[in-house]
Every structure is written in structure tokens, then in C-alpha cells.
Design a protein around this ligand. Structure first.
Ligand code: ZN
Ligand code: ZN
Ligand code: ZN
Length: 462
């Protein structure tokens, strides 16, 4: 979902236009990946070097209000080879199907799940992002470049139905859906309230709130051979799922979807409480975006207290294989001081890190991000030990082989510090190039490392 403050505006739009709007998504899971890897993509050859989703770094391949006019799929397709070279293992696309706001929609007001820009409805044939064939070309290009593709699945709410007289509300509601694809027609019986119950765990703004308790809805979402899940996987070639606004329905919905089609999965459970995120991830058998990490990093870098990185509760600390870490996304795309330091944090720590398109392509230094991605993919293994923290310093070690030590400095001056590395009599260097020191660790593992102001160094055996 985008900005909760928009909800009020929505309420207006719903009154004025009959509703609309957007949201976010999810997906992930290394073991599932490996299993899926072997059985995937009947329609095309998959390289044996394609990495399981979650083993490298994800790219969020859009931002809010990307250029309209049907050019986005082509723009992304042209960047895929360079993202493969940089070490990206998966890209997350915005919702790909036709939404009520047609050629202007970011996709979070879904109407016809099977219109990928190939039916003339809602004001256009193409979606904001392009045509169905352009989307298919994007997916084929990604797979040829060993990159998996994650679909943004918006199933809490729908938008764009016709008015009908609703026996459950006693009013007229926009709950009559007859999409041009002819697939997954819906009526008042498929939304809340209905003849089964009044509501589920949440509705988004004034949007028609889909009822996943209805067998008919379950059949169309994941059970039928022609269900959304099976069509997206088997026909379109998607490899994983990002579930939007999962606070709006029960976690068993995601679990059942994954039981039906498998694949990496990450949920947008927008909550800064790490225990709550962990609970959802376990119930849904899905990864979750680590909003706890996101908020702790904001507090640490903007509030100038890096000790929060040590003391703060985060999903990756509780459940590293189910945590998808991020610094920014399409809903939180502000620029703040220390953003590159935050990327140095998530790309050296546990969890599956995500890079936001604009940070990579527009806002930050791409060479520095590529260096951090390389370090993540080549050095950042094993468990994490935090060696030191205070207001403006943070030092942590990844204990795997080869492992690394990351030293983050949020102050305005050069810093040095003796740290216990566990590496004895070892020549080490800073793989970021921010320091040119190449010290030997002592026989007891201690060594002095340094870091420039407002910067970071990342040390490992030379
Ligand atoms: Zn959103
Ligand atoms: Zn329901
Ligand atoms: Zn709901």
C-alpha cells in the first residue's frame, strides 16, 4: 500500500468515482527456491547457473509513478543484463494486470487479473507499463540472464466493478465484475460483507474487500488449473510472489497459495514490530519485508545513534532466512542522510537484501552499490557477531568463510578501532577501497581498522 495518509483521499475518491488504489507485496524462501528451480519454466530453457531467489540480492524494479505510456517494461528489459552482471538474482515488478485506473494505474487497484495489456478496457489496451508481449519479453530476457521474476500479487482488494444492488449492505456497491478476459467474474457474494461473514482482518481504504473464505475465490486465486497463481507461474513464467497488504487477510491465504504453486514469497506486513513480523512469516510460511529493520535503521542513521543497530529488534535477528531487508521502497522513497550507510548495513548482514530502483539508478553511487552487492555475494556468509557500537560507530562480523568485518562511521571525522577478529596472523584489506590499510591481524586475532567520516569499510582476508 502507499501512504496510509492517502486513505482519506481514497475515501473521497471512492465516493466520487467508485473507488481505487494500490499497495505492495512479497516473497522468498531459499529451500523452496532450490526445489522450484529444478521443475521450473517449462516454456523456456533455464540456465543451470540461475541462483535460487534469496541467495544474492533483489532489485525492486519500479518506483511510485514511473513514466506512463507503456514504456516501463521495455526500460526494465534493457537494464536486465547489467543487473545480472551486478549480482542481482531476482527482480520485483509492480502488479502486471489491468487495474481500474487503466493506463495511469500503478496496478494496486486490480480489476482483471488476466489482462496483461492485451484487452481494451479501463481506458486502454496496454497497462501503464506496456503490453503483454513486452511483459513476456521482459520475463524471457530475465530468465536468459539468470534472473528470477517476482510478481506483485494484490488480492486483498479489487477495484473497478459495476454497481449492483447489494443484499448484504442494503445499498448499491461496486461489486459486479465482468472482466474482458472472461476469467474470474465476481459479485457481491465474493466480497465483504457476504453470506459467510462480515469481514476479514482488514480492508484497504474503500476498496471492495475480497473474501478468501469463499471456495469460488480460492479456486480462482490458486486452486483451478486456470487460477491466477497457476496462470502467472505456468503461462507467464513468474518465479515468486510479493503479496501486497497482507494485513488485510489471514496468513493461511498465502500459505495455501504457496501449497498450490510453490515459489519464493515475501509479504508486505507493514509493521515495525519484529515479533509480529516473525509470527506472520511462520503462519504464512513466507518471508516478510523487515519493516522492523527499516525503522531501526531510520532511527539509527537519522537519530545519530548507531547503538540501535545492536540493541534494536529486527526480523533478520529472529528469523534470518525469512527476512527481506530494504532501505527504501515505492512507498517510502524519501532521501535521508546515511542512506548509503544503511545499504552497507543490509548488504553485509543476514536477510535477503533488496535494492530500490531509484537508489540504484538515480540517487546513489551505482559503483558503490555494485561493490556492496559483490561483497554481499562473495564475503557475507555465516552468523553475525556485533563487535562494537555507540552513537556514531558500529562494527560487526559475519562469521562464515570467508566472512567479513564491517565498520560504519556516522561521525564527521576519521575513526580507528582495535577489534577482535578471530582471524589469527591474517593479512586483511578493506574491500570497499575506502581505506588503503592492509594490516596483519595479531596472533590473538586483534587488529586496528579505520573508517573515513560518514562512510564504511569492509574487511576480509586479502
Ligand atoms: Zn503501496
Ligand atoms: Zn472473508
Ligand atoms: Zn481484507
Amino acid at each position: 500500500m502507499k501512504n496510509l495518509k492517502l486513505s482519506l483521499i481514497f475515501a473521497f475518491l471512492v465516493i466520487l468515482t467508485g473507488c481505487q488504489q494500490e499497495s505492495i507485496l512479497d516473497s522468498s524462501n531459499a529451500q523452496d527456491k532450490a526445489a522450484e528451480f529444478e521443475s521450473e519454466a517449462p516454456s523456456e530453457k533455464v540456465s543451470l547457473t540461475k541462483a535460487p531467489i534469496g541467495s544474492k540480492v533483489m532489485m525492486q524494479a519500479f518506483y511510485w509513478d514511473v513514466p506512463a505510456g507503456g514504456t516501463w517494461w521495455g526500460a526494465i528489459t534493457s537494464k536486465i543484463p547489467s543487473w545480472n552482471s551486478a549480482g542481482i538474482d531476482a527482480i520485483w515488478l509492480p502488479p502486471v494486470s489491468k487495474a481500474q485506473n487503466g493506463p495511469f494505474s500503478m496496478g494496486y487497484d486490480p480489476f482483471d487479473y488476466y489482462d496483461f495489456g492485451n484487452y481494451n478496457q479501463m481506458g486502454s489496451t496496454e497497462t501503464r507499463f506496456g503490453s503483454k508481449s513486452e511483459l513476456q519479453s521482459l520475463i524471457t530476457t530475465a530468465h536468459a540472464n539468470n534472473i528470477s521474476v517476482i510478481a506483485d500479487i494484490v488480492i486483498n482488494h479489487n477495484s473497478g466493478g459495476e454497481l449492483e444492488s447489494n443484499i448484504f449492505t442494503g445499498t448499491e456497491t461496486y461489486t459486479n465484475y465482468t472482466p474482458a478476459s472472461g476469467l474470474f467474474n465476481r459479485t457481491q457474494y465474493d466480497f465483504h460483507p457476504n453470506d459467510f461473514h462480515g469481514n476479514d482482518s482488514g480492508a484497504f481504504g474503500g476498496f471492495a474487500d475480497l473474501c478468501h473464505d469463499k471456495i469460488y475465490v480460492q479456486d480462482w486465486l490458486w486452486n483451478n488449473p486456470n487460477s491466477v497463481a497457476k496462470y502467472y507461474k505456468d503461462v507467464m513464467g513468474f518465479d515468486g510472489w510479493r503479496f501486497d497488504y497482507v494485513k488485510g487477510f489471514e496468513p493461511w491465504v498465502v500459505k495455501n497459495w504457496l501449497n498450490a504453486v510453490g515459489g519464493f514469497s515475501v509479504g508486505e506486513y507493514w509493521d515495525g514490530n519484529a515479533a509480529t513480523l516473525d509470527s506472520w512469516a511462520k503462519s504464512a510460511n513466507s518471508s516478510a519485508f523487515d519493516f522492523a529493520c527499516y525503522y531501526r535503521m531510520r532511527d539509527a542513521f537519522e537519530g545519530n545513534d548507531l547503538s540501535i543497530l545492536e540493541t534494536g529488534d529486527m526480523l533478520w535477528k529472529r528469523n534470518p532466512t525469512k527476512a527481506v531487508t530494504f532501505v527504501a521502497n515505492h512507498d517510502t522513497d524519501e532521501i535521508y542522510n546515511g542512506k548509503l550507510l544503511a545499504y552497507a548495513y543490509i548488504l553485509t548482514h543476514e536477510g535477503y537484501p533488496t535494492i530500490f530502483y531509484q537508489d540504484y539508478e538515480e540517487y546513489l553511487d551505482k559503483d558503490k552499490l555494485n561493490n556492496l552487492i559483490w561483497i554481499h555475494n562473495n564475503k557475507a556468509g555465516g552468523t553475525t557477531s556485533i563487535l562494537y557500537s555507540d552513537n556514531d560507530e558500529y562494527v560487526a562480523k559475519r562469521n562464515g568463510a570467508p566472512g567479513l568485518i564491517v565498520y560504519i562511521n556516522n561521525s564527521n571525522s576519521w575513526l580507528e578501532r582495535w577489534v577482535s577478529t578471530g582471524w589469527n596472523n591474517t593479512l586483511i584489506k578493506d574491500y570497499t577501497g575506502n581505506s588503503n590499510w592492509e594490516p596483519y591481524t595479531q596472533g590473538d586475532g586483534w587488529v586496528k581498522i579505520q573508517v573515513p567520516p560518514k562512510s564504511y569499510t569492509i574487511w576480509s582476508a586479502k
